[in-house]
Design a binder for this molecule. Sequence first.
Ligand code: A3P
Length: 345
Amino acid sequence: MLFKQQALLRQKLFVLGSLVIGSVLYLVARVGTLDRLQPICPIESRFHPPEPEQIPLRTLQFKRGLLHESRKGNATKEQIRLHNLFQQLPRAIIIGVRKGGTRALLEMLNLHPAVVKASQEIHFFDNDKNYARGIDWYRGKMPFSLPHQITIEKSPAYFITEEVPERIFKMNSSIKLLIIVREPTTRAVSDYTQVLEGKERKNKTYHKFENLAIDANTCEVNTKYKAVRTSIYTKHLERWLKYFPVEQFHIVDGDRLITDPLPELQLVERFLNLPSRISQYNLYFNATRGFYCLRFNIVFNKCLAGSKGRIHPDVDLSVMTKLQRFFHPFNQKFYQITGRTFNWP
Ligand code: A3P
């Protein structure tokens, strides 16, 4: 009798357990399916393209889905036609400055549902061979996007290359130009560190930063050294101002983008006339990495590659001070022109 009752109880427990496990499995499967069934492009947008003011967050899913494929050239002709996708010339370009945080800025702006990034540096305007290929070649390098989205590319060499302002002006005289700057001496050391790493990878030796930055004959700052020249921001900007009014530039504080990116990104959103969509949710500090990383949604987040955020070599303090003194008057001029002041020494 007791044995029979026990068997009955076991049977009930088994049925109950199966029901619970079954329900859980069903729910998991359903959530998974729902996820997969989420429209990669909101149907309504095909008929009523949303105003920038009302960009649905679903566009973000769209970006992570279809556009990612199309960027890799995997979008079918049908998808392109159905979703009214096309390759648009950039309406904003991050023109520099090298090592200012150009990649972080591009990736962070790409969190915005209305922004689509060209992943690679295209080097169209600074490279004569590419430039000779023509504007259709350039457009062909752009990702697919929806009509209301804006495409952004970054090629930091644009800022310092003589011919570029005129070439960009010829393409679009009202284009928006973004320049991200860091304290000039730190930027120069960062620039040096990148080159040094390249040499080390090839088992080559390289000079010390101090020997490159200071002219051994005069003991003055070596203005022929490219890492020094690039950090004279005002000199380069003045060339650009021959073509574009200062209002068409927005200066991003690259040092603040490292420590507190959101306010900088919000300023860029405003400059680009985009509704504010990037939020603190999209940015989280990764202690291991020592930098802010990007959160697109509950499942997709990423940090920048390890080549961003290298450890700089120790540089002789007197050399650092000499460089800071050298950059000081140029910085003052830069503040004056741009209307943006930094706490640089
Ligand atoms: P360091 O390597 O000197 O630290 P660019 O993309 O223009 O080459 O700039 C590289 C710099 O971006 C890095 O310089 C790093 O400090 C900075 N940076 C800003 N935000 C970052 C982030 N969230 N993750 C990694 N690097 C970031």
